[in-house]
Design a protein around this ligand. Structure first.
Ligand code: 5GP
Ligand code: ZN
Length: 119
């Protein structure tokens, strides 16, 4: 998509700090982190969001979660340590839920303790 910032990042037409890449996804540090570790896992295919996910693309979402697991391990978030262990995976779906970029992305947020419910 021509004016999509994440498409530009994937095509390396805009800068990013990448942490993982394969045929289906690219993962990079969020420009405005809400925690010590805040990584976006983004499919290379332009998908608007979960609200318009087609069944033919469901394997992409499954892969995004698998990559999240790998990144969580790489960043030491899979340890049982109570302050560093654990992380949150978030899809914001629609503007009311906080979605601001309409190219599907999974937030991986960690490195601090978190509360529930989210704001
Ligand atoms: P959303 O609000 O749509 O769930 O999440 C979009 C995320 O993308 C936000 O956390 C925002 O900080 C991040 N973001 C927006 N533009 C850019 C950018 O150009 N580069 C990077 N690395 N992150 C971005
Ligand atoms: Zn896009």
């Amino acid at each position: 998509m021509k004016d999509c910032i994440f498409c530009k990042i994937i095509k390396k037409e805009a800068p990013s700090k990448g942490v993982y890449e394969d045929d289906l996804v690219y993962a990079f540090h969020d420009i405005n982190p809400v925690a010590p570790i805040h990584i976006l896992i983004v499919p290379k295919k332009h998908i608007f969001g979960i609200q318009s996910l087609e069944q033919e693309d469901e394997h992409i979402v499954g892969h995004m979660f698998y990559v999240a697991r790998k990144i969580g391990e790489e960043f030491g978030l899979a340890s049982p340590d109570s302050t560093k262990g654990g992380y949150r995976l978030v899809f914001n779906v629609g503007e009311h839920a906080g979605q601001s970029v309409f190219h599907l992305h999974l937030h991986l947020i960690g490195g601090r303790s978190m509360s529930w419910p989210p704001g």
